[in-house]
Structures are given as structure tokens and as C-alpha cells.
Design a binder for this molecule. Structure first.
Ligand code: SF4
Ligand code: FE
Length: 488
């Protein structure tokens, strides 16, 4: 397994083509816009090497028997799924933000299972190839970006009907030695600081969309793979200083990027689905369930940090004992534990897939994600309520070095003699950072928009069975009809 330091150093060896604010970025690891996200991803390596988290954050590879980082593991049991959830809460508590590596983990799990199904049904060799790919990923402890979301163009049209055929990733050429792909994937969490990309179709494909039914792996620095890094609210604070970022070490959300595949060659060895449209629906459903399981866990860990910040601010400001503040903090904790319960529940309620892989309960996983999309903004609202308005109007950190006003800023932001006003400002900035637009939008749409979860829930529920339950209850009268007990 790699250490956090080895992971960061390994990124320097890659020749990834990345653009940010109009310029090619050649020093990704040391660039202030990227480094916080790299630090956050490095926690997935760090905790695997920490004795207190070793049991949760590592596993034994079912392929090689070697001890591996759990972010590269294929869950073999209910216990593995539960440990996945526990691991994400721990990492979320350390970073206070997204640590990015789970999309790739879920892509590995999903493609492992779907390639198994395809080989069984179609006599293909995808699974054998995928196992070889997985062994390398585990042995080298690689960070994988799981790339699913296409630009999608006009949402009312299917991939093959779009005005531009590249609006979904597709195969443009099949050669004796491999395929050539073109298209893009958007919102790619942790993509620029991954070692490899695992591309999957983003929706179920029909026969007409055959060229779009493709899954493959590529190194991040393969020719034609181009990254355009996204801008975030207040991101210039990253190169203007430290304190105003709120979470200077780990940043906000996952450092998302657009990935362009401009005629990228992929050897057959790394092609894991090509034209098998019948399997794309299963692939998307499984990936969605595994990834929605996570949201009740990583976001709970993040919100543990926010609850701590809100409680500390209340203490600093002398409001901690006020009954309405205690009530709000309790409400925050209740919402967070409800989110986490869903992640645990879908793991405990697991089943075993054909190839010996533990699979979360899709209904509970989708409910967990929907709860998270709903409760995360509510918890942030309560944190803002408790903190008061000051995080939104704080002076810039440069004023703390401004000889004319620094003393005044500290004097007037100090609440009690024992409170360091700079610490209060720091905590306010953390609350501002964690309750702003970017994490809330990410939490709503990451792992699929709320409507996607509702669709799964609506189609999974056995409505007829529920109606029969109600019918049985109203006809289960303990007394003869209309003959209730005497009223006295
Ligand atoms: Fe992992 Fe959560 Fe980030 Fe998704 S949002 S990659 S589950 S930390
Ligand atoms: Fe996410």
C-alpha cells in the first residue's frame, strides 16, 4: 500500500494535460488550486496506514490474499459493506470535505460484477481482463476516477439522437488492437489527481445507442485525455492566503473537472464493455446504489465537523447554554445520524451477487442518498442560524497584518477574554466554507440528482403489496362489523 506521501509524489510522475483559468498547469501538486484536493485524497492513503484505522480502511484482496487499501477492495461480505461506510465517516471527519476516491472504488466494484455477468451470459472475456486490471490497481494502490456523467445535451433525446454525436462518450473506431473513443465526462471528482480513469456509460442504452455502450480504463495521461479544472466560489482565496479558505488543508468538495476524450486509443485489454447494451441498465443501477450508500456516510463525517464548529462558535459567543441553540444542535445531530443510519441499513440489508460480491439494498441506498440531499442543507441552515451573520461579513485575513486596523479587528471580534478572536474568525470561515453553495449543490446532485433516487424508489416499491396491507388492516376487525364495545 502507498503512504499519503508516496501517493502525492506519484502524481508528479504523471504527464496529465490539465487546464485551469486558461492556462496549462504543469505543477499540479504544488498549485494552490489543486493542492487542498490532493491533500484530501491523500487521507484515503493515510488512514489505511494508521494503526487505529487499519482494520477498517484496509482489507484482504480476494484475488491475491494481500492486504490492500479498502478503496480498491471488492466487498465480499456484509461486514465489508459496513466497514466501507465506517471508513467513509472517518475520512469525512478528518477532511471535512470530499476525499474523492469513492467514485473509483464504486466503479471498480460495479465493473467487477457486470463483467462477471457478461462473461457468464455471453462468453466474453471481459471479467478475466478486469481481474488483471484490478490486481494491478490493488498492488500499486492506484487512485481511480470513476467517470460516468456525460454532457447529455438535450435531455429529451437519446445519445444517438443528439445534434452532436459526441455529447455522450462513444466508440468512433474499432481496430484490431483496440478502440478509439471520443466525448467528455463532466463534474469528475478528483479526476486531475487520479492515476487512471474508469469510464462507464451514464445511462441504460438501447440498441440504437450501441456505440455509446462502452466501458474502459485509461491512464490519466494517455494522449487525447484533456482535463479542464472547474472554478469554485471564492477559489482565489486559495492563492491569496490561508485563513479565508475556511478549510485550507482539504478545500471544498472534490476539485471537479471536465474530462475530454479527444480520439483516445484504448487497447482491448482495458475495454470492459463494448456494445453490450443489455448490460448497461444493470451497470448504472449497481453503480448508483453503491455510490448512494456512501453519501449517508461521508457527508455525516463532514457534518460532524460542522456540528463541532457550530457548537464551538456558540460557546465562544456565549450562546451555548441557550435552549434554542441546544435544540438546534440536537436537531443537527439527529439529522446526521438519520443520514448515517441509511448508509448502515443498506449495508446490513445486503445480498450476494452471482460472482460472490456483496450488494447493498438498492431501495435503502437510494433512500439514504435522498435523505442526505435533503438533510445536508438543513444542517447547514441550522449552523448558519447558530453562528449569526458574522461569517458572511468578515474582513479579509490581510487585515490581521494591517498595522492600522489589525488591533481593532481583533479587539472587536473578541467575545470573551479567553477566546482568541482569530480562532473565532477561523471557525466562522469554516462555517462559511461548509455552508456555501458549492457543497450544498454537490450534495444534492452528486451520486445522482434527487429525482433519480425517487425514480428508483418508485419503481422498487411493491405498491400493490402495500395496498393489500391496508386492505387487510381495515378488514381485520376484532368485532363483528359495526358492533363495537359498549361505551360507558
Ligand atoms: Fe466519496 Fe463522498 Fe466524495 Fe463521493 S462525495 S467521492 S462518496 S467523499
Ligand atoms: Fe460526490
Amino acid at each position: 500500500m502507498k503512504t499519503a506521501g508516496q501517493y502525492i509524489e506519484s502524481l508528479r510522475e504523471l504527464n496529465t494535460e490539465v487546464y485551469f483559468m486558461g492556462k496549462r498547469v504543469r505543477d499540479l501538486v504544488d498549485h494552490p488550486a489543486f493542492r487542498p484536493h490532493i491533500n484530501s485524497a491523500s487521507v484515503t492513503y493515510q488512514i489505511a496506514n494508521m494503526p487505529e484505522h487499519h482494520a477498517i480502511a484496509t482489507a484482504r484482496s480476494h484475488l491475491t490474499g494481500e492486504r490492500i487499501n479498502r478503496w480498491t477492495h471488492i466487498p465480499q461480505s456484509q461486514e465489508d459493506l459496513v466497514n466501507k461506510v465506517k471508513m467513509l465517516r472517518i475520512a469525512g471527519q478528518i477532511t471535512g470535505t470530499c476525499f474523492q476516491r469513492c467514485v473509483g472504488m464504486d466503479a471498480l466494484i460495479t465493473l467487477y460484477t457486470v463483467t462477471h455477468d457478461m462473461d457468464r451470459a455471453l462468453n466474453t472475456t471481459y471479467h478475466q481482463k478486469f481481474r488483471r486490471f484490478l490486481i494491478t490497481t490493488q498492488a500499486e494502490d492506484l487512485m481511480t476516477d470513476g467517470a460516468m456523467t456525460d454532457p447529455k445535451g438535450d435531455r429529451s433525446k437519446r445519445p444517438a439522437e443528439q445534434h452532436d454525436p459526441d455529447l455522450f462518450v462513444r466508440v468512433v473506431e474499432k481496430r484490431a488492437d483496440g478502440i478509439v473513443v471520443r466525448g467528455a465526462k463532466l463534474h469528475q471528482t478528483g479526476a486531475t489527481n487520479s492515476h487512471q480513469i474508469l469510464v462507464m456509460p451514464g445511462q441504460a442504452m438501447t440498441e440504437a445507442d450501441r456505440d455509446y455502450a462502452v466501458a474502459f480504463a485509461t491512464p490519466v495521461d494517455a494522449p487525447g485525455v484533456i482535463f479542464v479544472f472547474g472554478r469554485q466560489v471564492n477559489d482565489s482565496r486559495k492563492w491569496e492566503g490561508n485563513l479565508d479558505q475556511g478549510n485550507p488543508r482539504y478545500g471544498s468538495v472534490g476539485g471537479e473537472a471536465m474530462i475530454i476524450f479527444h480520439n483516445v486509443f484504448v487497447p482491448w485489454e482495458h475495454v470492459f464493455l463494448c456494445g453490450e447494451t443489455d448490460f448497461t441498465g444493470t451497470l448504472v443501477d449497481r453503480f448508483a446504489s453503491y455510490h448512494r450508500q456512501n453519501y449517508g456516510a461521508c457527508k455525516s463525517g463532514n457534518l460532524d465537523v460542522l456540528i463541532g464548529a457550530a457548537s464551538t462558535i456558540a460557546d465562544m459567543q456565549g450562546t451555548l447554554k441557550a435552549s434554542h441553540v441546544k435544540d438546534k444542535l440536537g436537531e443537527m445531530a439527529h439529522l446526521v445520524e438519520t443520514m448515517y443510519s441509511g448508509a448502515l441499513a443498506c449495508s446490513f440489508h445486503s445480498t450476494m451477487l452471482d460472482g460472490g460480491v456483496a450488494y447493498v439494498d438498492p431501495l435503502l441506498a437510494n433512500s439514504a442518498k435522498l435523505n442526505t440531499a435533503r438533510y445536508y442543507p438543513e444542517v447547514t441552515r441550522l449552523a448558519q442560524d447558530i453562528a449569526g451573520g458574522f461569517p458572511a461579513t468578515l474582513p479579509g485575513e490581510q487585515e490581521l497584518d494591517n498595522p492600522r486596523v489589525a488591533g481593532f479587528v481583533k479587539k472587536y471580534y473578541q467575545t470573551k477574554p479567553e477566546v482568541d478572536p482569530v480562532d473565532r474568525i477561523r471557525m466562522g470561515r469554516l462555517i462559511e466554507n461548509m455552508t456555501g453553495a458549492t457543497p450544498i449543490i454537490e450534495c444534492m446532485h452528486g451520486a445522482g440528482s434527487p429525482q433519480a433516487q425517487k425514480v428508483v424508489i418508485q419503481r422498487t416499491i411493491d405498491w400493490q403489496a402495500k395496498r393489500q396491507l391496508a386492505d387487510a388492516v381495515i378488514h381485520a376487525a376484532p368485532f363483528a362489523d359495526h358492533e363495537g364495545p359498549e361505551l360507558s
